[in-house]
Each structure stands twice: as structure tokens, then as C-alpha cells.
Design a binder for this molecule. Structure first.
Ligand code: GLN
Length: 587
């Protein structure tokens, strides 16, 4: 069935019945199981991390998993959200701009997701109102229940059909008790009933307070949060208690007594040093088999598959402890106070570091105060530099100073999107001698607009979704450094999110002066990867390679950067050169 059919399919309602539960054609209730994850007490408990780790354990058992995040806000996507408030905007291959949790699912499951895996209230209401105008509700007054909840259920069932999933993992944004997600919880309650016994499993994530003055764990807030969920008609099957330290038996017993959840299913989910060790924590508590039992899918498990996947995963987590050689990578950026704004980059560095046995320390550099006179001082103790994606003028000149310093002093450099553009501007100014070279995003009427608006983006109006978005192929130029990094492939696919590009009329001048554009859009003059041949590691890309790095498949550009940084830091050591390192690790 085509996407378009799935998204519009709706069983028409009638005025003589109160029942309204749209299903895609051919849908069989009870075939796909649903696991709902919701948070109580407060937000920011790491629902996405918990849910993706549990999903990974079920996927290891040979089950097909489809995650979906339900967001309460009215935006259609995350495109216009400020990463300072909401964390990074994650971009999927189909161009969907979504919540950073989708990045966590992609990394944990090593699976590409699509727009069907992300749903906001904005999308739900938009669809309901369009259907109302289209006359799909046949004379009925359109209500939150059953029509809006019906639309939510339809989304989940469409996802189940589209992916043929064994389990749809549904993560509900926000906290139980929020006005904006209450109708999601109601929809889950209805869905669980309609799908039949053993079709749904409710997991409540809660928080155990540990006031310093008392020095003991208190469960009252958690109890009240769970009570609130039960008042909405939802009986949790599993309660995961987030806490700083391991949750005591007494607290777990108390929660069990108040919630009708058996003691073994009230688990401690205390802080851990790496998110990659959480699957083992859940597995040790037997949560994976509890879920299989609750959903009655024991007969679908493939334990041979699990043994293999788990062994691979443990090889990876064993390397986390062994990754001890410190290297420091500087990241320049505007949102330096919130790590979530750079979650994918941090993850990519971690993947590359673990693969190479390096412990990557990140030094955050706010570039508003950086100039040619103090840049050396700021970068004195770092082994490599990343200028990440960004928008607007603030700190741009400081970033250009960092690029210059990296180029002139053989500092390993990786420019991502905006960082790629900054590298072009720096090269145009200081090597090609193009006075006033700049991006029209920064200076509209600059003398030499080497970075300019993409012509096709000019046609799109409004701020939402007017960027060049999603996965595109990059054609690699044979015999270049990038071509070697990517194992001499003809093309590689990466994800993009930009409005500006290298202005085609400057390409020849830049190339003549020694800048190599080693990756381009096939059949179009859009420059996508650059490099400096005489430099140990000077690479930039208009794409966001961080969006496709996975724990077991680190992204070559990051592996190359960390390998080059290690060579800089440990010159006498026999750490492999970056191309060899990438070849060894990213086959
Ligand atoms: N602001 C630049 C552009 O729109 C870079 C975007 C980014 O870094 N994501 O092209």
C-alpha cells in the first residue's frame, strides 16, 4: 500500500453510531502489538532513551520494531523550533524535521525512520480539519473523542501496516497531567481496549526524589504521578523508576503496593555513565522477557538472532571502557550552553572515539569574542576542531578565525554545513584574495557572495520547510581524500538541511587556488564536500554526517577527524593515519 493511501484512509463515520475507530484497509487488530511509554512527575526523564533501549532488546530477538514519538505541540514539524529550548532538530532521510529522540531510535535500532515515525498535535489537528472540510465526518459534530483520538489511533495503525511491525513503540511527549497530551493518553486507552487482550503494554517512567537534606529516597511524587495515570483509565504494566542512585527495595515495594504493578516489574533505572549500557541494565532485570510475556509474543522470538546481535553489542560496550586515550576536540557554536543542541555530533564523536580507543573530550568554544589575535590561545590545548551547523551572523567571524587557524597550522578540521560554508569564505578571503567574501546570509550585499541562496529555495515561501532537506546522494570525485575515506565509492548518501550553497560562479576561482570539491550533487553544481590536499585533515561538508553515525557503524568523516586528532596528540605513537583507520573501522 502506498504512503498516500495509508495517510488518508479513514472509515467514514455515520450519525447513527457512536463508534468511530478508523483502520487502514486490511488491518487486523491484535496482530501488531503496542508498547506505550509515558512519563510522570517531570519531563526530561529520558523516555526516548529508555524506550529505544528496550526497543533494541526486542529487535535483537528478531522482532520488527516501529517507534513513533507523539508530540503535544501544535507545530507541524520541529523545523522552526529553537534548538536551545528543544534540543537539536533531527532530519530524517525523507526530509522530516523532527525531535532529537528520533535520532536516539535511529542510533539504537540502526534503522532509518520516516515521517510516519513522528507525529505532532499540529499534524493530527491539521488532518482532522482537512477531513472535516472534505466532508468525511458525515454530518457529525467533530469532537476530541472519538474523532481526534480516532485520528491518533489511525496514525499508529497506519504505521503498523506500513512497517508490518511486531511491536509499535509509542513514546508520548511531555508528562501525564499535561493538557496537551491528555488526548494521546485517552487514544492509547481506547486502542488497547479495541486491539484486545495482550495487545498493549503500558510503561510509566517516573522519578524518585532524593532530597539531600534527608539523604533517603522518597516515592510520594512517583505515587501521585502514577495515580494520575490510573485516573485516566490506564493501568501501567511496568514502572521504571528514574533516580540518581539505585532505587531501594523499600521504595519499589511501596510503588508496587500503590500501583497494582508486581514488584518485579517496578524497576530501578538509575543514572548510568553511558546510554549504551542501559540495554544491559534492562536485560539484567529481565524486562525484555516480561514484555514478551505481557504481549504474548514468545512464539515470535528468535533467540539465535538474539545471541548474535547481543554478542556484537557487548563487543561494542566492552570497548567503551577500553577507550582511554584522551583527545580534545573543540566545537564552536552558538548554543554552547545546551548540549542537546549538538546531540548528534556528540554521539558521532563518541562512536568514532570508541572505535579508535580514544576518549574524546569536547571543549566548547563560544566564538563571539574570538579574533585573529586570541584564536591561538583558545585553541592551544585542542587536537581538532569542528565548526558545526548554524544560522545567522552571531559568532560567524570568530568561526572564520578558527578555520583560518586550523588551515594554517595543520589542525584537523571538520566543517559541518555552516562550518563548510565558513571554510569556503575563509579560503576565498585569505587564499584567493577575494575581498569582502562572505555569505549573503551574514551580509546581504557583500562584495563577493561566495555563499549564496540556493535558487530552488527562493521559490518556497514561509519559514517552515523551505530548506533543502533530507537525504541526497553525493557524487565523489575519484582519487580525492573523501573518495578514499568512503572506500572509493562512486556515491555516498548524507542528510542535508540548508538554504545556502557555494555560489557556482566562484567554483573555478576556488578550485584554481587549491580548494578541492571532492563531492557534488549528481548532475547539479551544488558543492557538497571540500578538502585541502596538503593538510593532514581538512574536510568540510554541506551535509550533516552526524545524523547517520551509528554505534556499530561510526561515520567515516568523524573517524577520520578523531584519527587525525590522535596523530596530532600522540605523534610518536603508531596510531593509524586517518584513511587506514577509516578503512579498518568503516568497511
Ligand atoms: N545557515 C546555513 C544555510 O542555511 C547553514 C545551515 C546549517 O548549518 N544547517 O545554508
Amino acid at each position: 500500500m502506498k504512503d498516500s493511501e495509508l495517510l488518508t484512509s479513514v472509515s467514514k463515520t455515520s450519525t447513527d453510531s457512536e463508534f468511530f475507530s478508523p483502520m487502514p484497509p486490511g488491518y487486523k487488530p491484535g496482530k501488531t502489538k503496542y508498547l506505550f511509554v509515558m512519563g510522570t512527575v517531570m519531563s526530561g526523564l529520558g523516555k526516548g532513551i529508555f524506550s529505544s533501549c528496550l526497543a533494541k532488546l526486542m529487535q535483537d530477538k528478531g522482532l520488527k520494531i516501529a517507534p513513533i514519538k507523539l508530540e503535544g505541540y501544535l507545530n507541524i514539524d520541529s523545523g522552526t523550533l529553537n534548538p536551545f529550548r528543544h534540543g537539536e532538530v533531527f532530519v530524517l532521510d525523507d526530509g522530516m524535521e523532527c525531535d532529537m529522540d528520533l535520532g536516539t531510535y535511529e542510533r539504537m535500532l540502526d534503522q532509518d525512520l520516516s515521517k510516519a515515525n513522528f507525529c505532532t498535535s499540529g499534524q493530527i489537528f491539521n488532518d482532522v480539519l482537512n477531513k472535516e472540510r472534505h466532508g468525511d465526518y458525515l454530518g457529525r459534530d467533530v469532537q476530541m473523542i472519538p474523532h481526534v483520538t480516532g485520528e491518533v489511533k489511525l496514525r499508529l495503525r497506519n504505521l503498523a501496516m506500513k512497517t508490518n511491525a511486531d511491536i509499535v513503540f509509542v513514546e508520548i511527549g511531555g508528562t501525564v497531567g499535561d493538557l496537551e497530551n491528555a488526548y494521546f493518553i485517552e487514544a492509547m486507552r481506547e486502542l488497547a481496549y479495541e486491539e484486545g487482550p495482550n495487545s498493549a503494554c503500558f510503561v510509566a517512567l517516573t522519578y524518585i526524589l532524593e532530597p539531600q537534606t534527608l539523604g533517603e529516597q522518597k516515592s510520594k511524587a512517583a505515587q501521585l504521578g502514577i495515580k494520575q495515570l490510573m485516573q485516566l483509565g490506564v493501568q501501567p504494566d511496568i514502572i521504571a523508576c528514574r533516580a540518581t542512585h539505585a532505587v531501594t527495595e523499600t521504595v519499589r515495594q511501596k510503588i508496587s503496593v500503590y500501583s497494582n504493578v508486581p514488584f518485579e516489574r517496578v524497576i530501578s533505572l538509575h543514572d548510568s555513565a553511558s546510554i549504551y549500557t542501559i540495554p544491559a541494565m534492562l536485560r539484567d532485570k529481565g524486562l525484555d522477557f516480561e514484555v514478551a510475556r505481557l504481549l504474548k509474543i514468545e512464539d515470535r522470538l528468535n533467540l539465535r538472532h538474539e545471541r548474535k546481535s547481543w554478542a556484537q553489542w557487548c563487543d561494542f560496550t566492552d570497548r567503551i571502557d577500553a577507550a582511554q586515550k584522551p583527545v580534545t576536540i573543540a566545537i564552536t557554536g552558538k548554543y554552547t550552553s545546551v548540549r542537546d543542541s549538538y546531540a548528534s555530533i556528540i554521539n558521532s564523536l563518541e562512536h568514532a572515539g570508541i572505535a579508535l580507543g580514544a576518549k574524546v573530550d569536547i571543549k566548547w568554544i563560544e566564538t563571539t569574542g574570538i579574533s585573529d589575535t586570541n584564536v591561538a590561545q583558545h585553541l592551544a590545548d585542542v587536537d581538532g576542531i569542528i565548526v558545526p551547523g548554524g544560522f545567522g551572523t552571531r559568532g560567524a567571524e570568530g568561526k572564520i578565525c578558527c578555520v583560518k587557524h586550523a588551515r594554517e597550522n595543520n589542525f584537523p578540521y571538520l566543517g559541518i554545513c555552516f562550518g563548510f560554508q565558513m571554510a569556503v569564505i575563509e579560503f576565498a578571503r585569505n587564499v584567493c584574495g577575494l575581498a569582502g567574501a562572505n555569505s549573503t546570509e551574514i551580509e546581504k550585499d557583500c562584495e563577493n557572495p561566495v555563499i549564496d541562496y540556493l535558487p530552488e529555495q527562493l521559490k518556497i515561501e514561509g519559514l517552515g520547510g523551505n530548506m533543502r532537506l533530507g537525504g541526497f546522494d553525493i557524487e565523489l570525485k575519484p582519487d580525492t581524500f573523501a573518495w578514499q575515506l568512503f572506500a572509493k565509492a562512486h556515491t555516498v548518501r548524507m542528510r542535508f538541511r540548508h538554504r545556502y550553497e557555494v555560489a557556482p560562479r566562484y567554483i573555478e576561482t576556488l578550485e584554481k587556488a587549491g580548494l578541492v570539491f571532492s563531492g557534488k550533487a549528481p548532475g547539479q553544481p551544488i558543492m557538497q564536500i571540500l578538502e585541502l590536499p596538503q593538510h593532514p585533515y581538512f574536510v568540510g561538508t554541506q551535509a550533516h554526517p552526524c545524523l547517520t553515525s551509528r554505534p556499530l557503524r561510526p561515520q567515516p568523516m568523524f573517524v577520520g577527524l578523531v584519527a587525525a586528532a590522535m596523530q596530532k596528540h600522540y605523534p610518536k605513537n603508531d596510531s593509524p593515519d586517518c584513511v587506514t583507520a577509516v578503512r579498518n573501522l568503516c568497511s
